[in-house]
Ligand binder design. Structure first.
Ligand SMILES: C[S@@+](CC[C@H](N)C(=O)[O-])C[C@H]1O[C@@H](n2cnc3c(N)ncnc32)[C@H](O)[C@@H]1O
Length: 258
């Protein structure tokens, strides 16, 4: 396929998924976009190894935001992208995981389109895919769950509400993003709606990165385990899933805390 048909990154702005952290999990298209960009505006969670892959001419700009904290406001990030693109620079807006998953993509797309600019989206591997792979499990399984939820622990209003009754049913699976601070709330809501206290919840910190850690817990003891395990990196709660025995036995960093 001719290159200009294959690559859509020549549009002024490419929203590119950096994946969960391991550079080998970047898509080829994401790598090309990084190498061709004039400027890469990246989030805090994009790994340092991935940032070394940009082209020699590429400028890096950090748009990092810390959890609830407003280090750079969303409005500032929108303005930064538009301002760079209006100079004619090829802009890559690099987001961790997949840009369409809890990535505030729509606000940025609105800003781009209001400025009359074109964009493209280059999907990435969301961290839930890396986390479940680390557990040696699958997100869906015949006879267990025919649906899987990607949910967030908090939204702009605070702790996020969900269909707790549906989630509390046996066999349900959810990947819960941004859930460390919300763990007690999530536990309380699920137990209140009838979830079994022994439901496995596995914490996967730094999925796909060298410092990856897997901590096994159950719903009953989730907040205590989170507090004890000193998780400081980005983490997912894999609700309804436990590490396959082979993973637990093979890897020293799987902590059994049940
Ligand atoms: C703002 S969301 C971005 C999600 C991202 N767009 C994705 O698709 O993975 C940030 C949250 O993603 C999760 N996360 C991102 N990278 C992770 C990783 N390598 N390991 C575990 N969780 C990760 C954490 O729950 C973190 O708080």
């Amino acid at each position: 396929m001719p290159r200009d048909q294959h690559m859509t990154t020549y549009l002024p702005v490419a929203f590119v998924g950096a994946g969960p952290g391991d550079p080998d999990l970047l898509t080829v298209k994401a790598l090309c976009a990084l190498q061709e960009a004039d400027v890469v505006i990246h989030d805090r969670l994009v790994s340092a190894e991935i940032l070394t892959l940009v082209g020699p001419q590429t400028r890096l700009r950090n748009a990092g935001k810390e959890g609830f904290g407003p280090s750079v406001t969303q409005a500032d990030i929108n303005a930064m992208i538009v301002e760079e693109a209006l100079t004619g620079a090829r802009v890559v807006r690099l987001k961790s995981g997949d840009p369409t998953v809890f990535g505030r993509l729509d606000e940025e797309l609105d800003a781009i389109t209001e400025a009359g600019l074109d964009f493209t989206i280059v999907p990435g591997l969301t961290s839930a895919s890396a986390a479940v792979a680390a557990l040696g499990q699958s997100l869906t399984k015949r006879g267990r769950n025919t649906a899987v939820r990607l949910i967030t622990g908090h939204d702009m209003q605070g702790y996020a509400d969900h269909d707790w009754r549906a989630l509390a049913r046996d066999g349900e699976v959810a990947a819960i993003y941004m859930a460390k601070k919300a763990a007690r709330f999530i536990q309380g809501r699920l137990l209140m709606h009838g979830a079994t206290p022994s439901t496995p919840v596995t914490i996967v910190e730094n999925a796909s990165r060298p410092e990856q850690r897997i901590v096994s817990a159950t719903l009953a003891i989730l907040p205590a385990i989170l507090a004890e395990s000193g998780i400081t990196g980005p983490a997912l709660l894999m609700y309804g899933l436990e590490p396959r025995d082979a993973v637990t036995n093979a890897l020293p960093h799987v902590q059994e805390m049940i």
